[in-house]
Write a protein that binds this ligand. Structure first.
Ligand code: ATP
Ligand code: MG
Length: 557
């Protein structure tokens, strides 16, 4: 508790605390995704901000689907969004809303503005509307439609709704101020004609509200007290306030924060969708994608993502967060919760020549040294084992604490062995290593007095499970794939972002792994079972390595 108290408040918490002192009684936020794609890690930040603020101060958070654009939206996306928010650990209870449920109400709002002489139907072409808007330094001029009578506007708007006109024939515009220094106030478009099928309202509507006429009003309808969004919408705020004032509706207040940007990452649904539809990744949930479904499949935990969001913080200054901070957050959590197991990715056979051929010992090895309650599991030990090829050198340097002729090494949870000899094939590849073990050197009851500097992981040959392992690197090889507007961001895709390893063996306990489990393959990183797994072929994804190898690589350069 004390620790939490001394944690500094972010700017939104500072505002809310001051307002609570001033008598704010209903803190009500919302998370308003457009169901036109899967949620990404940027959305996770927004979810944590909105739900987190309400949770902290006893408020409520709505989930509202901002589904005013019929063309791009789909129920597949609605379901994935619900799933992802629940997975992150947040609950909107019975407060699930759809902007499309407000279409009638929004239409009535628009009609009210028409009646007040504050909105007009304009059949000018988009080019003409743009031209008449002027520029930030040149005031706009009215199109002929601006002086239309209320009666005529009402009639045309009603007929727009009735579907009497084709797409694009005319729009409804707010009548505000063509000379405003804020371009959003220069008679923005409120409604457009679109004969399109909507995933919820079907063919009922031939006109659809623009985002700027739907979003703020939806907040008011739901009596959202704090409408939190990203900085791009700062300039829209005067427009939203104008609508609130003219319509006399609930005064939701908008607060903006800096969006999350991540290095080596592209974070826009539109671009992520391109990667999916062009087959450049395996789907929205490809483990290399920054989507929540991708991160989940990769082995990220909800806790790690919430901690990441906390670390990144909420501010009004634009910045780019290093991807390694996200990796750090998952490593930190997995270190606490992942079961330690053994898996050999690039195996070579080790034969312990003085170990009885028919013998199998079940060694009890602890599941997680970080968690005293995690217990032990039995791992079979036999005369023939697989070890990692890179853990043996024919002629190792002094500092190499692994295996080489005449050297000792500890096998994790088992015995110290002494390397006697090795066999090579005609190409010079080492095919087998021969050693002897010290029978009284068993871990936990070692009375041998023999020394070994290194400890190796291993898998017993007769019960080894052959598995596929997928190793991932960053999806983009450029730190800022969008920095150069002249270059297609897809040209920065990292060709080595996925490496499929077909040679791996893991210990038999992994036979019962589920996609919910998290593992540390000792010395190899954190892994989880991929849903592509079948009874015959288990597939493991590496979530992240044990250390930030990327930072090391960069320092060397
Ligand atoms: P994208 O550009 O990826 O399509 P969007 O803003 O168009 O994102 P929405 O579905 O409209 O997607 O976003 C829902 C909410 O998530 C909005 O309130 C938006 O501000 C927030 N959000 C989107 N991207 C980020 C980000 N990178 N960081 C923080 N919040 C974000
Ligand atoms: Mg959007």
């Amino acid at each position: 508790m004390d620790k939490e108290k001394t944690e500094s408040l972010n700017f939104l918490e500072t505002i809310v605390e001051a307002e609570l002192q001033d008598g704010l009684t209903e803190l009500h936020t919302r998370f308003p995704p457009e169901p036109n794609g899967y949620l990404h890690i940027g959305h996770a930040k927004s979810i944590c901000v909105n739900f987190g603020l309400a949770e902290k101060y006893g408020g409520k958070t709505n989930l509202r689907f901002d589904d005013t654009n019929p063309v791009a939206e789909d129920t597949e996306f609605v379901e994935s969004i619900q799933n992802d928010i629940r997975w992150l650990g947040f609950d909107w209870e019975d407060r699930e809303f759809y902007a499309s449920d407000y279409f009638e109400q929004l239409y009535q709002f628009a009609l009210r503005l028409v009646e007040k002489g504050l909105a007009y139907v304009d059949e000018s072409t988009p080019e003409s509307i743009a031209e008449h808007k002027g520029s930030p330094t040149v005031p706009g001029t009215p199109t002929p439609a601006r002086s239309r009578s209320v009666a005529e506007n009402r009639d045309l708007f009603q007929r727009m709704r009735a579907g009497e006109f084709p797409d694009g024939a005319m729009v409804l515009r707010a009548k505000i101020d063509l000379a405003s220094p804020n371009m959003h106030l220069r008679d923005p478009i409120m409604y457009r004609i679109l004969h399109a099928h909507h995933h919820r309202t079907g063919d009922a509507w031939k006109i659809y509200p623009m985002y700027d006429f739907a979003h703020g009003q939806s907040d008011s309808i739901e009596q959202i007290s704090h409408s939190i969004c990203t900085l791009e919408f700062e300039n829209h705020r005067p427009l939203y306030n104008w609508f609130i004032e003219q319509l006399g509706i609930f005064p939701s207040r908008q607060f903006e924060f800096a969006r999350l940007n991540l290095s080596y990452t592209v974070m826009s649904k539109r671009r992520l969708k391109q990667l999916v539809t062009e087959g450049l990744v395996r789907g929205w949930d490809d483990p290399r994608m920054p989507t929540l479904s991708g991160l989940r499949r990769r082995g990220y935990t909800p806790v790690s993502i919430r901690n990441f969001a906390k670390r990144v913080g909420v501010a009004r200054r634009e910045n780019v967060i290093d991807l390694s901070l996200l990796e750090f957050s998952v490593r930190e959590d997995l270190n606490k919760v992942a079961s330690r197991v053994m898996g050999v990715l690039d195996p070579v056979k080790l034969v312990i020549t003085n170990y009885p051929e028919a013998q199998t010992e079940q060694l009890a090895i602890e599941n997680n040294p970080e968690d005293p309650d995690a217990g032990h599991r039995e791992v079979p030990f036999t005369r023939e084992l697989y070890i990692e090829r890179a853990d043996f050198m024919e002629d190792p340097p002094k500092k190499f604490f692994r295996l080489g002729p005449g050297r000792n090494v500890r096998l994790k949870g088992a015995y110290i062995i002494h390397c006697e000899d090795y066999v090579k094939d005609e190409s010079g590849l080492v095919t087998e290593i021969h050693g002897t073990y010290y029978p009284d050197s068993r871990s936990g009851s070692d009375t041998s007095g023999v020394k070994a500097k290194g400890t190796l992981h291993w898998v017993s040959v007769p019960t080894a499970l052959p598995v596929e392992v997928r190793l991932y690197d960053r999806l983009f090889s450029a730190e800022f794939p969008l920095a150069d507007p002249e270059r297609d961001f897809k040209t920065f895709l990292n060709p080595d972002s996925l490496q499929i390893v077909k040679t791996a063996y893991v210990e038999p306990s992994l036979r019962s792994a589920t996609t919910e489990d998290h593992f540390q393959f000792i010395r190899k990183g954190y892994f989880c079972l991929d849903p592509d797994s079948t009874a015959d072929q288990l597939v493991f994804n590496r979530t992240v390595g044990l250390r930030d190898s990327w930072a090391k690589k960069q320092n060397k350069r």
